[in-house]
Design a protein around this ligand. Structure first.
Ligand SMILES: Nc1ncnc2c1ncn2[C@@H]1O[C@H](COP(=O)(O)OP(=O)(O)O)[C@@H](O)[C@H]1O
Ligand SMILES: N[C@@H](CCOP(=O)(O)O)C(=O)O
Length: 302
Protein backbone atom coordinates (compact mmCIF):
# COMPACT_ATOMS: atom_id res chain seq x y z
CA UNK A 1 0.00 0.00 0.00
CA UNK A 2 1.33 3.49 -0.89
CA UNK A 3 2.29 5.62 2.09
CA UNK A 4 1.94 8.98 0.32
CA UNK A 5 -1.02 10.64 -1.39
CA UNK A 6 -1.95 14.05 -2.78
CA UNK A 7 -5.50 15.46 -2.64
CA UNK A 8 -7.14 18.68 -3.85
CA UNK A 9 -10.05 20.23 -1.94
CA UNK A 10 -12.19 23.24 -2.95
CA UNK A 11 -13.01 26.23 -0.82
CA UNK A 12 -16.67 26.77 -0.01
CA UNK A 13 -19.07 29.60 0.62
CA UNK A 14 -21.59 28.76 3.33
CA UNK A 15 -24.99 30.14 4.35
CA UNK A 16 -25.56 32.04 1.05
CA UNK A 17 -27.62 34.61 2.94
CA UNK A 18 -30.51 32.96 4.78
CA UNK A 19 -29.39 29.29 4.76
CA UNK A 20 -27.44 29.51 8.02
CA UNK A 21 -25.53 26.30 8.82
CA UNK A 22 -27.36 24.50 5.98
CA UNK A 23 -26.53 25.82 2.48
CA UNK A 24 -23.05 25.70 0.91
CA UNK A 25 -21.44 25.99 -2.52
CA UNK A 26 -18.08 24.53 -3.58
CA UNK A 27 -15.94 27.16 -5.35
CA UNK A 28 -13.07 27.06 -7.83
CA UNK A 29 -10.37 27.96 -5.30
CA UNK A 30 -8.28 25.06 -4.00
CA UNK A 31 -5.85 23.71 -1.45
CA UNK A 32 -3.54 20.78 -2.29
CA UNK A 33 -2.42 18.49 0.51
CA UNK A 34 0.21 15.76 0.27
CA UNK A 35 0.08 13.34 3.21
CA UNK A 36 2.82 10.81 3.98
CA UNK A 37 2.49 8.27 6.79
CA UNK A 38 5.90 7.57 8.39
CA UNK A 39 7.46 5.06 10.81
CA UNK A 40 9.34 7.80 12.70
CA UNK A 41 7.49 9.77 15.38
CA UNK A 42 6.56 13.40 14.86
CA UNK A 43 4.75 15.79 12.55
CA UNK A 44 6.61 17.54 9.74
CA UNK A 45 4.82 20.38 7.96
CA UNK A 46 5.60 22.43 4.84
CA UNK A 47 3.15 25.15 3.78
CA UNK A 48 3.25 27.24 0.60
CA UNK A 49 0.77 30.06 0.11
CA UNK A 50 -1.98 30.90 2.57
CA UNK A 51 -1.15 30.13 6.21
CA UNK A 52 2.62 29.71 5.64
CA UNK A 53 4.40 30.50 8.92
CA UNK A 54 1.12 30.41 10.82
CA UNK A 55 -0.35 26.90 10.59
CA UNK A 56 0.91 24.85 13.59
CA UNK A 57 2.86 21.59 13.20
CA UNK A 58 1.27 19.86 16.18
CA UNK A 59 -1.88 18.09 17.36
CA UNK A 60 -3.83 21.38 17.31
CA UNK A 61 -3.65 21.36 13.49
CA UNK A 62 -7.09 20.33 12.14
CA UNK A 63 -5.49 18.33 9.32
CA UNK A 64 -3.63 16.28 11.93
CA UNK A 65 -6.87 15.83 13.91
CA UNK A 66 -8.66 14.64 10.78
CA UNK A 67 -5.87 12.22 9.76
CA UNK A 68 -5.67 10.79 13.29
CA UNK A 69 -9.44 10.29 13.39
CA UNK A 70 -9.16 7.97 10.39
CA UNK A 71 -6.00 6.24 11.71
CA UNK A 72 -7.62 5.61 15.11
CA UNK A 73 -10.86 4.26 13.60
CA UNK A 74 -8.94 1.88 11.31
CA UNK A 75 -6.34 0.82 13.91
CA UNK A 76 -3.52 1.98 11.61
CA UNK A 77 -0.05 1.94 13.18
CA UNK A 78 1.67 4.99 11.53
CA UNK A 79 3.80 6.84 14.08
CA UNK A 80 4.47 10.07 12.24
CA UNK A 81 2.98 12.33 9.56
CA UNK A 82 4.42 14.52 6.84
CA UNK A 83 2.13 17.23 5.48
CA UNK A 84 2.96 19.30 2.40
CA UNK A 85 0.37 21.98 1.69
CA UNK A 86 -0.10 24.40 -1.18
CA UNK A 87 -2.92 26.65 -0.04
CA UNK A 88 -4.91 29.14 -2.09
CA UNK A 89 -7.90 29.44 0.27
CA UNK A 90 -7.30 32.37 2.63
CA UNK A 91 -7.54 31.51 6.33
CA UNK A 92 -10.37 32.77 8.53
CA UNK A 93 -12.04 34.83 5.79
CA UNK A 94 -15.26 32.90 5.22
CA UNK A 95 -14.20 30.68 2.30
CA UNK A 96 -14.07 27.42 4.21
CA UNK A 97 -10.32 27.01 4.86
CA UNK A 98 -10.94 24.91 7.97
CA UNK A 99 -13.41 22.68 6.13
CA UNK A 100 -10.92 22.20 3.27
CA UNK A 101 -8.19 21.31 5.79
CA UNK A 102 -10.40 18.79 7.59
CA UNK A 103 -11.72 17.22 4.40
CA UNK A 104 -8.19 17.05 2.93
CA UNK A 105 -6.92 15.20 6.00
CA UNK A 106 -9.85 12.77 6.07
CA UNK A 107 -9.86 11.99 2.33
CA UNK A 108 -6.06 11.56 2.17
CA UNK A 109 -5.92 9.31 5.25
CA UNK A 110 -8.91 7.28 4.05
CA UNK A 111 -7.21 6.67 0.71
CA UNK A 112 -3.90 5.65 2.33
CA UNK A 113 -5.50 3.23 4.79
CA UNK A 114 -7.61 1.24 2.34
CA UNK A 115 -10.69 3.39 1.69
CA UNK A 116 -12.72 2.06 4.61
CA UNK A 117 -15.10 5.02 4.67
CA UNK A 118 -17.72 6.18 2.16
CA UNK A 119 -18.22 9.87 1.30
CA UNK A 120 -21.22 9.88 3.65
CA UNK A 121 -19.10 8.53 6.53
CA UNK A 122 -16.36 11.07 5.79
CA UNK A 123 -19.04 13.77 5.89
CA UNK A 124 -20.15 12.60 9.36
CA UNK A 125 -16.54 12.68 10.56
CA UNK A 126 -15.83 16.08 8.99
CA UNK A 127 -18.99 17.55 10.56
CA UNK A 128 -17.98 16.18 13.97
CA UNK A 129 -14.68 18.11 13.74
CA UNK A 130 -16.03 21.30 12.07
CA UNK A 131 -19.22 21.54 14.16
CA UNK A 132 -21.59 22.35 11.26
CA UNK A 133 -22.06 20.58 7.91
CA UNK A 134 -22.54 23.49 5.49
CA UNK A 135 -18.88 23.87 4.40
CA UNK A 136 -17.66 20.28 4.68
CA UNK A 137 -20.55 18.88 2.58
CA UNK A 138 -19.74 20.86 -0.61
CA UNK A 139 -15.99 20.46 0.08
CA UNK A 140 -16.49 16.68 -0.15
CA UNK A 141 -19.25 16.50 -2.75
CA UNK A 142 -18.80 19.60 -4.94
CA UNK A 143 -21.76 21.56 -6.29
CA UNK A 144 -24.44 23.14 -4.11
CA UNK A 145 -25.48 21.33 -0.94
CA UNK A 146 -28.22 21.65 1.64
CA UNK A 147 -27.31 19.73 4.79
CA UNK A 148 -29.21 19.12 7.99
CA UNK A 149 -28.36 17.35 11.24
CA UNK A 150 -30.83 14.72 12.42
CA UNK A 151 -30.11 12.79 15.62
CA UNK A 152 -26.39 13.46 15.15
CA UNK A 153 -26.46 12.24 11.52
CA UNK A 154 -26.04 14.44 8.42
CA UNK A 155 -28.72 14.32 5.71
CA UNK A 156 -27.99 16.25 2.53
CA UNK A 157 -29.20 17.22 -0.91
CA UNK A 158 -26.53 17.92 -3.54
CA UNK A 159 -27.31 19.50 -6.91
CA UNK A 160 -25.97 21.61 -9.76
CA UNK A 161 -27.97 24.57 -11.08
CA UNK A 162 -29.32 24.34 -14.66
CA UNK A 163 -27.64 27.65 -15.59
CA UNK A 164 -24.13 28.93 -14.89
CA UNK A 165 -23.36 31.93 -12.74
CA UNK A 166 -20.25 33.55 -11.32
CA UNK A 167 -19.43 34.33 -7.72
CA UNK A 168 -17.36 37.45 -7.01
CA UNK A 169 -15.60 36.94 -3.69
CA UNK A 170 -14.28 40.12 -2.14
CA UNK A 171 -11.63 39.27 0.42
CA UNK A 172 -10.65 41.95 2.93
CA UNK A 173 -7.14 42.03 4.36
CA UNK A 174 -8.21 41.30 7.94
CA UNK A 175 -9.32 37.91 9.22
CA UNK A 176 -12.21 36.91 11.45
CA UNK A 177 -12.41 33.46 12.99
CA UNK A 178 -15.67 31.60 12.63
CA UNK A 179 -15.59 31.01 16.38
CA UNK A 180 -15.53 34.79 17.04
CA UNK A 181 -18.26 35.40 14.44
CA UNK A 182 -20.50 32.76 16.08
CA UNK A 183 -20.06 34.31 19.53
CA UNK A 184 -22.00 37.43 18.51
CA UNK A 185 -25.11 35.45 17.50
CA UNK A 186 -28.14 35.50 19.81
CA UNK A 187 -29.57 32.40 21.55
CA UNK A 188 -33.10 33.20 20.33
CA UNK A 189 -34.56 35.28 17.49
CA UNK A 190 -37.97 36.94 17.03
CA UNK A 191 -40.57 34.68 15.36
CA UNK A 192 -41.01 37.08 12.37
CA UNK A 193 -37.25 36.87 11.70
CA UNK A 194 -37.43 33.08 11.64
CA UNK A 195 -40.34 33.26 9.19
CA UNK A 196 -38.37 35.77 7.08
CA UNK A 197 -35.47 33.30 6.79
CA UNK A 198 -37.59 30.20 6.17
CA UNK A 199 -39.25 31.89 3.19
CA UNK A 200 -35.97 33.27 1.77
CA UNK A 201 -34.15 29.94 2.15
CA UNK A 202 -36.95 28.11 0.34
CA UNK A 203 -36.85 30.73 -2.41
CA UNK A 204 -33.04 30.52 -2.61
CA UNK A 205 -33.00 26.75 -3.16
CA UNK A 206 -35.89 27.01 -5.61
CA UNK A 207 -34.10 29.74 -7.56
CA UNK A 208 -30.83 27.78 -7.68
CA UNK A 209 -32.57 24.52 -8.68
CA UNK A 210 -34.64 26.10 -11.46
CA UNK A 211 -32.16 28.73 -12.66
CA UNK A 212 -34.55 31.61 -11.88
CA UNK A 213 -31.58 33.75 -10.94
CA UNK A 214 -33.54 37.02 -10.86
CA UNK A 215 -35.05 35.72 -7.60
CA UNK A 216 -31.62 35.70 -5.94
CA UNK A 217 -31.94 39.37 -4.98
CA UNK A 218 -34.70 38.80 -2.40
CA UNK A 219 -33.66 35.18 -1.80
CA UNK A 220 -30.25 36.19 -0.40
CA UNK A 221 -31.73 38.36 2.37
CA UNK A 222 -31.12 37.23 5.92
CA UNK A 223 -32.08 38.18 9.47
CA UNK A 224 -30.53 35.31 11.44
CA UNK A 225 -26.80 36.08 11.34
CA UNK A 226 -25.76 38.91 8.99
CA UNK A 227 -27.23 41.80 11.06
CA UNK A 228 -25.39 40.53 14.16
CA UNK A 229 -22.10 40.14 12.29
CA UNK A 230 -22.30 43.46 10.47
CA UNK A 231 -20.46 45.39 13.28
CA UNK A 232 -17.49 43.02 12.87
CA UNK A 233 -17.03 43.93 9.19
CA UNK A 234 -16.48 47.65 8.52
CA UNK A 235 -18.46 48.71 5.45
CA UNK A 236 -20.36 45.44 5.05
CA UNK A 237 -23.71 47.05 4.24
CA UNK A 238 -22.14 49.46 1.73
CA UNK A 239 -20.09 46.73 0.04
CA UNK A 240 -23.15 44.48 -0.38
CA UNK A 241 -25.13 47.45 -1.75
CA UNK A 242 -22.27 48.40 -4.12
CA UNK A 243 -22.40 44.90 -5.60
CA UNK A 244 -26.12 45.20 -6.32
CA UNK A 245 -25.72 48.72 -7.76
CA UNK A 246 -23.00 47.41 -10.09
CA UNK A 247 -25.41 44.82 -11.46
CA UNK A 248 -24.99 41.77 -9.21
CA UNK A 249 -27.84 39.26 -9.05
CA UNK A 250 -27.57 39.48 -5.27
CA UNK A 251 -24.97 39.64 -2.51
CA UNK A 252 -24.36 38.17 0.92
CA UNK A 253 -21.80 37.49 3.62
CA UNK A 254 -19.65 34.47 2.69
CA UNK A 255 -19.78 31.99 5.56
CA UNK A 256 -19.06 33.80 8.79
CA UNK A 257 -17.19 36.53 6.89
CA UNK A 258 -15.37 38.79 6.53
CA UNK A 259 -15.38 37.86 2.81
CA UNK A 260 -18.44 39.22 0.96
CA UNK A 261 -19.90 37.47 -2.07
CA UNK A 262 -21.83 38.70 -5.10
CA UNK A 263 -23.63 36.43 -7.57
CA UNK A 264 -23.35 37.58 -11.17
CA UNK A 265 -23.96 36.47 -14.74
CA UNK A 266 -22.11 39.41 -16.30
CA UNK A 267 -19.96 42.42 -15.33
CA UNK A 268 -18.12 40.38 -12.71
CA UNK A 269 -15.00 42.59 -12.89
CA UNK A 270 -17.03 45.80 -12.51
CA UNK A 271 -18.87 44.29 -9.54
CA UNK A 272 -15.61 43.22 -7.90
CA UNK A 273 -14.06 46.65 -8.39
CA UNK A 274 -17.13 48.42 -6.98
CA UNK A 275 -17.08 46.18 -3.90
CA UNK A 276 -13.34 46.70 -3.30
CA UNK A 277 -13.87 50.46 -3.67
CA UNK A 278 -16.68 50.40 -1.07
CA UNK A 279 -14.39 48.52 1.34
CA UNK A 280 -11.62 51.08 0.67
CA UNK A 281 -14.00 53.96 1.50
CA UNK A 282 -14.35 52.23 4.88
CA UNK A 283 -10.53 52.09 5.22
CA UNK A 284 -10.38 48.34 4.55
CA UNK A 285 -7.97 46.98 1.93
CA UNK A 286 -9.49 44.18 -0.11
CA UNK A 287 -9.08 42.20 -3.32
CA UNK A 288 -11.58 40.29 -5.41
CA UNK A 289 -11.55 36.91 -7.07
CA UNK A 290 -14.05 35.63 -9.62
CA UNK A 291 -15.10 32.06 -8.83
CA UNK A 292 -17.35 29.44 -10.37
CA UNK A 293 -19.03 26.39 -8.89
CA UNK A 294 -16.65 23.48 -8.35
CA UNK A 295 -18.52 20.35 -9.46
CA UNK A 296 -16.24 17.62 -8.14
CA UNK A 297 -15.45 18.31 -4.51
CA UNK A 298 -12.34 16.70 -3.03
CA UNK A 299 -10.31 14.66 -5.52
CA UNK A 300 -7.25 12.44 -5.39
CA UNK A 301 -4.41 13.94 -7.48
CA UNK A 302 -1.89 11.10 -7.22
N1 LIG B 1 -4.56 24.33 5.60
C1 LIG B 1 -4.80 24.36 6.93
N2 LIG B 1 -4.11 23.54 7.76
C2 LIG B 1 -4.35 23.55 9.08
N3 LIG B 1 -5.26 24.34 9.68
C3 LIG B 1 -5.95 25.16 8.91
C4 LIG B 1 -5.76 25.23 7.49
N4 LIG B 1 -6.62 26.14 7.00
C5 LIG B 1 -7.30 26.63 8.04
N5 LIG B 1 -6.91 26.06 9.20
C6 LIG B 1 -7.43 26.35 10.55
O1 LIG B 1 -8.72 26.86 10.43
C7 LIG B 1 -8.78 28.20 10.99
C8 LIG B 1 -9.71 29.07 10.20
O2 LIG B 1 -11.01 28.49 10.27
P1 LIG B 1 -12.30 29.38 10.40
O3 LIG B 1 -12.13 30.39 11.51
O4 LIG B 1 -13.45 28.44 10.50
O5 LIG B 1 -12.33 30.20 9.05
P2 LIG B 1 -12.61 29.73 7.55
O6 LIG B 1 -12.92 28.26 7.59
O7 LIG B 1 -13.77 30.56 7.15
O8 LIG B 1 -11.39 30.06 6.76
C9 LIG B 1 -7.34 28.69 10.95
O9 LIG B 1 -7.12 29.67 11.92
C10 LIG B 1 -6.57 27.40 11.22
O10 LIG B 1 -6.57 27.12 12.61
N1 LIG C 1 -22.58 28.43 9.05
C1 LIG C 1 -21.26 28.84 9.48
C2 LIG C 1 -20.37 28.94 8.26
C3 LIG C 1 -18.95 29.32 8.57
O1 LIG C 1 -18.24 29.36 7.35
P1 LIG C 1 -16.71 29.83 7.32
O2 LIG C 1 -16.27 29.64 5.90
O3 LIG C 1 -16.68 31.25 7.75
O4 LIG C 1 -15.97 28.93 8.28
C4 LIG C 1 -21.37 30.18 10.19
O5 LIG C 1 -21.97 31.08 9.60
O6 LIG C 1 -20.89 30.31 11.31
Amino acid sequence: MANSIKVRVPGTTANCGPGFDAVGIACTIYNDLELTLCDQNGISLKVKGEGAGYIPADESNVVVRAVKMVLNKTGHQAKGLQLNMVNHIPLARGLGSSAAAIVGGLVAANELTGRHFSKEELLEMATAIEGHPDNVAPAILGGITVSIMECGKVKYLRFLPPVDFLMVAVIPEFNLSTRAARKVLPQTVPFPDAVFNVSRTALLIGALCTGELKLLLPALEDKLHQPYREPLIPGMTQVLAAARQAGALGSALSGAGPCLLAFANENADEIGKAMVQAFNVNKVKAKYQILQIDRQGAIILS
